[in-house]
Design a protein around this ligand. Structure first.
Ligand SMILES: [Zn+2]
Length: 313
C-alpha cells in the first residue's frame, strides 16, 4: 500500500485498545530503524516531521526517505506521513500539497477562538485533499524545536472545551495536555512522575469514540542515559513518562503516542558507545549502524511493551 492516512489506523486502535507510535524522523538511519522494527512486528506506524526536521533535512528529503521506506518494506505495513506541530495554515498547506497524509495544526498557544479558526481552516483544506488533521487544545511544557513553553505557562486541557472545539473545527484527532511534556527533562528529580489519567477519562466521556493524541511521551530509558553519561555525556536528571501510565492511556482513547526524545537518546547512546570503544574508527557507517540498531531495538520495545500495536498491520 502507498502512504495511508491515519483514519483506519485510529479506528482499529480505538476499538482494539492500543495506540500507534508516531516517531519523529530526521535522517535515513532513523527512518530505516523505525520502519524495519514496525515491519518485523507487523505494526502500523506514523512517521512525523517537525519544523526542525524540515529545516535540518529539507522536506523533500524527508518525503522521499519515507517513500523509500514504503518501498523497502514491500508495502507490508500501513505507514502515514505526518507533519508535527504545523505552526500556521501555510506550512500545513505546503505539506498537504506535497504528499503528507496527515498534518497537525498547532494553535494551542493562541487564544481559544483563534485556535478554532486556524484549525478549521486547515481541516477544510486538508479534507478537500484527502488528508487528515490533528489539532491541540491545552499547552504542553517543554522544548521541541521552535516550540518552547515554560512549566508555569503550561495548561491542562479543559474537558469542558473539547466538544465545542472538535465540533467547530472538524478535526480528526485531538492532542491534549495531561502532564506529558516535550524533551528529556519532564519531571523534577525526587518528584513522582505522573500524568493526569483522570483528565483523560473526563475527556473520553465527553468525546466517545474520538481519537486522542499524546505528545511528549518519551519514557527516557535510564539504560541509555547511563550509557551516554558513561561515555562522556552529561545528562543529569533526565526523567520521562512511566511506561505503565502510557500503556493505560493506550488502552483508553489515546490512539497516537508521540516519541522523539527516546529515539535521540538511543541513537546517541549507540554512537557514543561505539566511538568510545573503537577510537580508531572514522567511517560514519560503523558508528551510525550502532545508533540505528539501538533505535530499532527501542522501537521494537515500544511497539510490544507500550503501544500494543504488534500484529495490528
Ligand atoms: Zn509535540
Amino acid at each position: 500500500m502507498p502512504l495511508v492516512t491515519t483514519t483506519e489506523m485510529f479506528k482499529k486502535a480505538y476499538n482494539g485498545g492500543y495506540a500507534i507510535g508516531a516517531f519523529n524522523v530526521n535522517n535515513m538511519e532513523i527512518v530505516q530503524a523505525i520502519t524495519e522494527a514496525a515491519r518485523e512486528l507487523h505494526s502500523p506506524v506514523i512517521l512525523q516531521a517537525s519544523a526542525g526536521a524540515r529545516k535540518y533535512a529539507q522536506a523533500a528529503y524527508l518525503r522521499h526517505l519515507v517513500e523509500a521506506a514504503v518501498e523497502a518494506t514491500d508495502n507490508e505495513i500501513p505507514i502515514a506521513l505526518h507533519l508535527d506541530h504545523g505552526a500556521d495554515f501555510e506550512v500545513c498547506k505546503d505539506c498537504i500539497d506535497n504528499g503528507f497524509t496527515s498534518v497537525m495544526i498547532d494553535g494551542s498557544s493562541r487564544p481559544y477562538e483563534e485556535n478554532i479558526e486556524v484549525s478549521r481552516k486547515v481541516a477544510d483544506y486538508a479534507h478537500d485533499n484527502g488528508v487528515v488533521v490533528e489539532a491541540e487544545l491545552g499547552t504542553l511544557a517543554g522544548v521541541e524545536d521552535d516550540v518552547n513553553v515554560a512549566a508555569e505557562t503550561a495548561q491542562y486541557t479543559d474537558p469542558d472545551q473539547v466538544v465545542d472545539f472538535v465540533n467547530r473545527t472538524g478535526v480528526d484527532s485531538l492532542a491534549i495536555a495531561i502532564g506529558t511534556s516535550h524533551g528529556a527533562y519532564k519531571f523534577k528529580p525526587g518528584t513522582q512522575p505522573h500524568i493526569r489519567l483522570d483528565i483523560l477519562a473526563e475527556i473520553v466521556e465527553k468525546l466517545p469514540g474520538f481519537p486522542i493524541v499524546l505528545h511528549g511521551s518519551s519514557s527516557v530509558p535510564q539504560s541509555h542515559v547511563k550509557t551516554i553519561n558513561e561515555y562522556g555525556g552529561a545528562l543529569q536528571g533526565a526523567i520521562g513518562i512511566p511506561e505503565d501510565q502510557l500503556r493505560d492511556a493506550a488502552r483508553s482513547a489515546v490512539c497516537k503516542i508521540n516519541i522523539d526524545s527516546d529515539l535521540r537518546l538511543a541513537m546517541t547512546a549507540g554512537v557514543r558507545e561505539h566511538l568510545a570503544k573503537h577510537p580508531s574508527h572514522f567511517d560514519p557507517r560503523q558508528y551510525l549502524a550502532d545508533g540505528r540498531n539501538n533505535v530499532k531495538a527501542l522501537v521494537r520495545d515500544k511497539i510490544i511493551n507500550v503501544l500494543g500495536s504488534e500484529n495490528k498491520a
